[in-house]
Design a protein around this ligand. Sequence first.
Ligand SMILES: O=C(O)CCC(=O)C(=O)O
Ligand SMILES: [Fe+2]
Length: 227
Amino acid sequence: MFDFTVEEPTLVPASPDPEDKEETEWYNQWPENACEEYAREVENLALKLMGLIALGLGLLKDKFNSYFKDQTSFLRLNHYPPCPSPQLALGVSRHKDGGALTVLAQDDVGGLEVKRKIDGVWIRVKPTPNAFIINVGGVIQVWSNKRYESVEHRVMVNSKKERFSIPYFLNPAHYTQVKPLEELINEQNLAKYKPYSWGKFITHRKLSNFKKLNTENIQISHFRISE
Ligand SMILES: O=C(O)CCC(=O)C(=O)O
Ligand SMILES: [Fe+2]
């Protein structure tokens, strides 16, 4: 796995501690022109999709633009080597993407599975040539007050073939307080989530991503307001 940020540098909180106001900068260690160019193009696509989502929610098309001014978006290069016992290997364990939108490019090997909400069955996503897979992330789920929902997914490795995938994670500025949009809440539609800091959320996830966790990794459900 190799992460490549879009902004150089990308400004983020120094720690997940809410009291800690210090910021730090993420730099790409191996700048690659191809990555940069690709990231800019998928960013345009992702922002166009955000415009359509805004329209779909009855908002102005440019409603979300300002959140991405100091974006913390990044591109990830994934390589999954083959494994003779795929059920024993970890591709990517089940999770929901936390950001706004994910634009995923994958090769023709397959292995991505999404969890069907009604019965919890894992469904394989068949690779479609020259097509992207778009995943709604937790940030849109909260902004839309759950009119959009992010789907749980995982990656199984293949027994014979290696697999490559390139997700682009469109993420807001670290200082964004993510909360249900005012326009979408009223007496009939009460806010389903408490506001949370996007920057603290990602630094928390980044610290815990590669560790064996005793507790569940941070999820937007932790900010849910109980009914
Ligand atoms: O490799 C894939 O198809 C998806 C990877 C993924 O879900 C992620 O990096 O968040
Ligand atoms: Fe994912």
